[in-house]
Each structure stands twice: as structure tokens, then as C-alpha cells.
Ligand binder design. Sequence first.
Ligand code: KG4
Ligand code: ZN
Length: 341
Amino acid sequence: MLVLGIESSCDETGLALLRVEVDSAPILVGEVLSSQVALHEKYGGVVPELASREHLKNLPILFEELLDRTNCAIEDIDVIGVTCGPGLKGCLLVGVTFAQGLSSSSGIPIVAVNHIEGHILSAQMHYPDLRPPYLALVVSGGHTEIILVEAIGQYRCICRTQDDAAGEAFDKSANLMGLGYPGGVDLANLADAFLGKSRFTLPRVAREIESFSFSGLKTAIASLVRKEVIALQDHNERAEIAWTIQDSIVDALLYKTRKALDLYDVPLVICGGVSANQELQRRLRQLCANVFVPPLKHCVDNGAMIAYAAACHIIEGHSYGHLDIHSRWPVEMLKDFYGLS
Ligand code: KG4
Ligand code: ZN
């Protein structure tokens, strides 16, 4: 079946056409992505209203471009997968309305997809031999959680952030250091330039398994950056401070992941934008022999992961789900959503 995936939950408009057949590796027929980073940069964060309008403008243009590039026609599409949450309400609504427009003019059915499930399953899309059960460390700009994947649509939350997400911790730290927006990658690049043992210190994580917390760390990072204004003028010391920040965030992620792996001896998937972080990947690979990370372009938001999640539900014979918008939508609720319980 040929699946169109539509992603518009935050500041990326992503569309993809994916061919998925039972018992064979999915084929990415084509994909297009438009990032709004430049638009939101001057505000230092995503402005929801601007983001929605940008999706509204981009979706029809990108859809035409996707059909052109792949030599496909609307009639070739068997099913549409669209992100219904979690995310910014207006942005989600634009994507869902676009999908409904295509569906009502062509009769193509729509599967409602959870964005986080899309991130989780993106690893399976690239490693077809990977099958549940496995643990997924979901680390993005808005989410930080460890999920036990028991089956498609059946997820158990092992640990979730009670405040900021890891990506936010990276981005806010980068902002404090005067790096670009969203500064996660810049901070990571600067940190990777430091070799040695840092003389700076930051607090270590809370010990309980049930939740991550990055707000205390954020405060500590803010006071470190304020205290070290002189050191921050020097490139090497900037790198040393960036390294210390990255180390403390990675440490927090590692500590809880290790505890989860102690409980469940299964492979580990890392997904979401922060999974692109090389230090995080390196240290998780030391922890677990079976680590699966999607390629960089599919670590961040994209349409292919949404198409794949939709296809998985169809193959499993699940219901297509209601096209309601959910700004919050924990993956453990999907069992009921797809009528699996
Ligand atoms: O999954 P994603 O594309 O969007 C959300 O759903 O949030 O993740 C974006 C997040 C941003 O916070 C960005 O700074 C972070 O991923 N990020 C990184 C790296 N690459 C992207 N953080 C740390 N190191 C990286 N290499
Ligand atoms: Zn995401």
C-alpha cells in the first residue's frame, strides 16, 4: 500500500510517501520537509499562530512538490496518516484539515497518528528486524520519556519528565550561552570540541525511576553561565562549559535508561531530535549492546514516520481512530484509542 504521511504538530511541515507491504521492508518513495526555524528564530521559540499559518501556506505547495518528485498521482495513494497530537493545537488542526480535504475529494481513508508513536516506530521503519518488546528513549524538544513498547499501539510509560524536556534543556542552555536557535546542535558541537576533564560542575539527577526533571538543572546552568561570564569569552572555556552542560543532561538520560534496562532486558531505541546527539548515542551504546537510532533526517520531525505508524496500524488490523486534535496525548492511551483493550 502507498501511504501519505502528514506531519505539522510543531514547526516542521513534513510530507512523505511510503510504500509498505506485510513482511517486507518499507520503501520511502519520496519526502519533503519545510522547517520554520528561521521564522521563529527572532522570537527565541515557536510562535503558535505563525507556525499554523506557515503550515497552511506550505502544505498544498509541498504536496504538489511531493507528487511531482515521485511521479505519483492522488489516485495512487491508498491511505493517509496524519498527526493528531501531541502538539500545538492550531498546527495540528491545519494538518488534519488538509488531510480531510484530500480524503473528501478522493475517498482515501485517514489514520489518526500520535506524533510520539511516529518517533518510536521510526526505528522499526529503518530496522525491519526490530520487533517489540523494546524500550524507546524519546528525547525531543517537547518530550522526554522512556516507553516500553509491548506491541504496535501498546505502550507502557516507564519514566517521563515532570517539567522540561531534554531538548528544552539543551536549547535554553544554548540560549543562555548566546548560541543560535534552537541551540541544541550548536551546544553539542561546541561541547564536542572539548577534550579532557571539566573543572566546572553541575548537580546530578534525582534518583527515582518514575520521572525525569530538568528544571533544577536549568536553574543551575543559568547560575553557572552568569558566574562564568569571563570564562565564556574564551573559546576553550566556552567549550568546557558546553561540555559540562551536555554531560549533565546526558547523565540524567543515561541514569534512568540504565534503570529501565535493568528492569527490562530488551533492545533500546533512541528517537526524537535529541537522539541525534553523538555523546548520548555513544554513552547509550556502552550501556546496551542493542541500540537502534533512526538516521539523522528521521530523528527530527518528518512525514515518513507518520506514514509508517499509520501503515503499522492498518497491517495490525486496528481501527483508524477519530480525527480529534489532542495537544496532550500520552502514548499509553493509544490502546483504547485504537480499540485494543
Ligand atoms: O523531535 P524534534 O525535531 O522536535 C520536537 O518534536 O520537539 O526535536 C527537536 C529538538 C530541539 O530541542 C533540538 O535542539 C534538539 O532536538 N536537537 C539536539 C540535537 N539535534 C537536535 N539536541 C542535542 N544535540 C543534538 N545534536
Ligand atoms: Zn517530534
